[in-house]
Design a protein around this ligand. Sequence first.
Ligand code: E4P
Ligand code: PEP
Ligand code: MN
Length: 466
Amino acid sequence: MTFDLTSHVPAFGTSHSQGAAEYPGLDDWRELPIKQAPQWDDAEALASAVDELSSVPPLVFAGEVDVLRARLAEAAEGRAFLLQGGDCAETFAGATANRISSRVKTLLQMAVVLTYGASMPVIKMGRMAGQFAKPRSSDTETRDGVTLPSFRGEIVNGFDFTPEARRHDPSRMVKAYHTSASTLNLVRAFTTGGFADLRSVHSWNKGFMANPAYARYEEIAGEIDRAVRFMGAAGVDFTALRTTEFFAAHEALLLDYERALTRLDSRTGLPYTTSGHFLWIGERTRDLDGAHVDFLSKVRNPIGVKLGPTTKPDDALALIDKLDPEREPGRLTFITRMGAGKIRENLPPLVEAVKASGARVLWVTDPMHGNTVTAANGFKTRRFDDVMDEVSGFFEVHRAAGTHPGGMHVEMTGDDVAECLGGADPIDESAFADRYESLCDPRLNHQQSLEMAFVVTEALSHPNRR
Ligand SMILES: O=C[C@H](O)[C@H](O)COP(=O)(O)O
Ligand SMILES: C=C(OP(=O)(O)O)C(=O)O
Ligand SMILES: [Mn+2]
């Protein structure tokens, strides 16, 4: 199947039955050990939220999810590249037109650069319209001798350090649904209404290049500019490049929410989680016999699993057997997040074991979560160079193994925040006090995100230059 910047979001040709889906196995997770689950103390409020979510319209449609699976199958075969990006933790207040458009814009800008570098279609996917639940290292947080429950994402509790805000409140799931719906509505409008026009995206990239700090990317930028002008001269119909496919993804951490939004596809009778096109299982909840892996094994959406540095080859193989027993192309994505210092040692055994098993997963790098450090002034941060080093290690390992480095998963924003250190126009710690906005992990800002796309493109299109 071909995919390029011309393809449209498919027509919403499939409907879903309303009401909570009944399907064998969909509730098995309730009997299994579960990690990172909220402590809802109001059973009535929980029942009411779940009830409401069981009858609201789906956010995504089964037909779109199937299209995505086909796109991911292409990426697994080395014929497309996946770009996943967005906030670590979306916020309700952050769902404004400006912030959503700048994030989508940044992702589209990155995608154009990467399309050139990889010479293949880039599948665009936001950690957006549902990325509200956070796993935490600790259940509690202590400040000045006061201990409260940790912030777990706005779908569970509030960020303010007060007992009221930190209470786990099931009604937040309904607010998360509505915030996701309005976010996705805007994303669909942007990506199908002309905002994604290749020529506009390209001209935004020219704005980025105006900063002399990025002079080293001028050659690549010039090549892309010539390619776009060549397309025009050759008579390419740019009207077809005014829209693009864009998919929504989030960590399927909060199973009460995911289960309530699961519907049976009217065409096939099979269960789809309609909270997003792509769902992933986090590093902390990927236990083979746990609730999360079981629930996601039962739905038809393409599934990702984060694999951290302690993953053993047998863990990866067992996850394949459980989540993709039919070895269905595009079904399973492994998102590795090893850390720059570990990827070259820890990734090869996994890649080799999966390759030897004959399974075809899509391999994606998350160069963020293995590279978190604490800055001297106490902020959680990541160094741009470490992030880029993990990306390089990812490409090196796959090149050596003869497997496909199929995509990147990044925490990023379109805003001018200061959360990650470095970049050619460097951010230093002193900027954190005023411009650190993330409620959880540090994101690449607009400039750092685009620079990442240029560095990767440089490495892909001129592999011997650096
Ligand atoms: O986004 C990922 C996790 O929620 C995050 O890295 C956990 O951070 P913590 O170690 O501060 O809890
Ligand atoms: C929680 C996250 O990552 P991981 O599960 O890899 O730690 C995340 O993607 O925000
Ligand atoms: Mn994160």
